[in-house]
Ligand binder design. Structure first.
Ligand code: GLY
Length: 351
């Protein structure tokens, strides 16, 4: 199946792509350059043996730096990459963020695409054009929004994924259910993580569903001014604790969604029963709902969040399961709310 996502650019998305056809897909370009995560390269080395230009990068959050970008740029220069070349990033969100960033700034932008190899990347990072690198503790501090030309899904890459990577990705899947799709939420409630690990067809359907939800959102708001912000449900606190506690992104977002759901009860109509459902669903997908987080350090990290706006920040809250809203909260308000949620315990817990 092929779909086209139209923003300022048309992104061609191919589901059930077979890597064997990579040369065919890139024949209109003068050069194909693959940038591959080293773990993916290690597990699937034989399939890359026929490709002339492959750059292997370390992977992992620490790779998302300006220095790594410059190293890739040096390699692109040596290979003679130009505006008619195609770069394809193969890996998880770190690789797609990094490759999207390099391709956006190299010679003021050259064509690029992705083959996501993790669930997290397949349902979120690969689509939407956000790319970039970290600066110190600040995630995605430097970057652009530039849509990829291609997204190619070849599920053979998922076969080497450890179980924990499925959980990691399902945090984002559950997020879509929470913010805008009750049906997806209900559907996820009737299964569990092991079901999707054992059923590639069901997994592919869920990936396609998430991609179509995100495509609709970014077509309306590619530049993250309005509705796209709802995709950050669970991410404000998630980003704050991810680096601090060295958590996987989905795990940090899972805890962030619990916090944001609690805040949704404090601020509006979200109910404790709904919070219970969110919590149970996250646990069904083997995600954490609590962590020993210091409220003071979370607060200080939140104030550095790139989405902050003077003394306030846009929080994504739930009106109900499947319906979200953007609420601007001042840091003073957040401090007071934190006190209530943390309940003097100095750590984030859900009881
Ligand atoms: N991952 C959130 C976004 O793409 O906007």
């Amino acid at each position: 199946m092929i779909i086209k996502v139209k923003t300022d650019k048309k992104t061609k998305v191919l589901f059930n792509f077979n890597f064997k056809n990579i040369e065919k897909i890139s024949k209109k370009y003068n050069k194909l350059i693959l940038v591959v995560d080293h773990n993916v390269y290690k597990y699937h080395s034989s399939i890359f043996s026929e490709i002339e230009h492959v750059i292997v990068v370390e992977g992992g959050e620490n790779t998302k730096t300006l220095i790594e970008s410059q190293e890739i740029i040096d390699k692109l220069l040596k290979l003679g990459a130009d505006k008619n070349s195609l770069i394809i990033g193969i890996g998880g969100g770190v690789i797609t963020d990094l490759v999207g960033f390099v391709a956006s700034i190299y010679k003021r932008g050259i064509p690029f695409g992705f083959i996501p190899t993790t669930v997290l990347c397949a349902v979120d990072a690969a689509i939407g054009g956000k790319n970039g690198v970290n600066q110190g503790l600040i995630k995605n501090c430097i970057g652009t929004i530039n849509q990829p030309d291609l997204i190619l899904y070849d599920y053979q890459f998922f076969k080497s994924l450890p179980e924990v990577e499925f959980s990691n990705g399902f945090a984002e899947v559950i997020k879509y259910g929470c913010i805008c799709d009750t049906e997806l939420f209900d559907y996820l409630e009737s299964y569990d993580l092991q079901y999707f690990i054992k059923s590639p067809v069901a997994l592919q359907m869920v990936v396609q569903k998430c991609l179509s939800i995100k495509a609709k959102i970014i077509q309306k708001d590619p530049n993250d001014n309005t509705i796209r912000k709802t995709l950050n449900f669970g991410h404000t606190i998630g980003h704050a604790i991810e680096k601090d506690l060295n958590l996987k992104h989905g795990f940090a977002v899972s805890i962030g969604m619990i916090y944001a759901s609690q805040l949704s009860i404090l601020k509006g109509e979200f109910t404790r029963d709904e919070l219970e459902r969110v919590s149970e669903l996250l646990q069904k997908y083997e995600l954490p709902i609590t962590e020993n987080v210091k409220s003071s350090s979370v607060l200080s990290l939140i104030t550095n969040d790139k989405k902050k706006n003077g003394g306030s920040i846009d929080f994504i809250l739930l009106k109900s399961i499947g319906e979200s809203e953007i609420v601007t909260l001042t840091f003073d308000e957040i401090k007071q709310d934190f006190k209530k949620i943390f309940n003097g315990a100095n750590s984030l817990s859900f009881a």
